[in-house]
Design a protein around this ligand. Sequence first.
Ligand code: ZN
Length: 320
Amino acid sequence: MTREEFEAKLKEFAGKPIGASIVGRDAVNEPMIRQWCDAMGDTNPIYWDPNFAKTTLHGSLVAPPTMLQGWTLDGIKMALPDDSKGDLQKQLHTFFNENGYDAVLGTNCDQEYDRYLKPGDQVKATTVIEAISEQKATAVGTGYFITTKTTFTDQNDQRIGTMTFRVLKYKAANKPKPVSEGATTQSAAPKRIRPVLGHDNAWWWEGVSAKKLLIQKCSHCKVLRHPPRPMCPHCQSLKWESIEASGKATVHSFVVIHHPVIPPFDYPLVVGVLDLEEGTRFVSNILCDPKEVYVGMKVELVFEQVEEDMILPLFRPVKG
Ligand code: ZN
């Protein structure tokens, strides 16, 4: 298929609804509001306290606006294998995959809320493939941006909000390509995702380059914090200093990631939340057999030269 033919076919998808509207399994309800607020740590009494809510302009309990899309999601079904042809959005992604654009990256999501939802409201979502961009060359590879727009309506068909979601479907720039029959070549794939350096974290990465694991410490209340950020979450002071960690730590918790496999990591990937000896926590890759790791395991810092110009602070089990 030529690029012209490919792009002409893409144009056929634009402007069309992806399928039938989705009506939420349950109406807006108080138990779900409370569970969501629990998970998000949101204690605003307009979501929790009917007596308080009565005194506000709402007159009764309301749902957090950011739950909007949640009211129309399909639950556990979304995580199960689906061998149906799917809706038009799935068919579009399949078409991209078949033509080599098999990588996907969510790029942005904008939501608008027209009104607060209350228990009893029934939410319906209607999604349209709003636009497919021209071909773009990006840092991750060449591809196309797909914009979908979902309009949410209530039981009276009144609009209650919208969501614009954009993804990039692309050909990964550094995917190894076969050079001839029976021979393959490995491109120089990066070993890690590079940090974005800015005013608030560059000092920390400079420490790492000098093989020092630094921990930010509030100059006012002396509480340690990581990752680096400008303000102390305890006392809101902007004054800070840093101390160097000894590198001794204990596994507080861990996960062994098998899926999804995201380059450039190796799998299964052991990722731990570590209690540093100094009293703050640090998330890091633990270099060990996934079968070996356990909560309470003693680990120690090791600086790994993952690439010529990149050192990372990782952890390994303490021997003996
Ligand atoms: Zn402080």
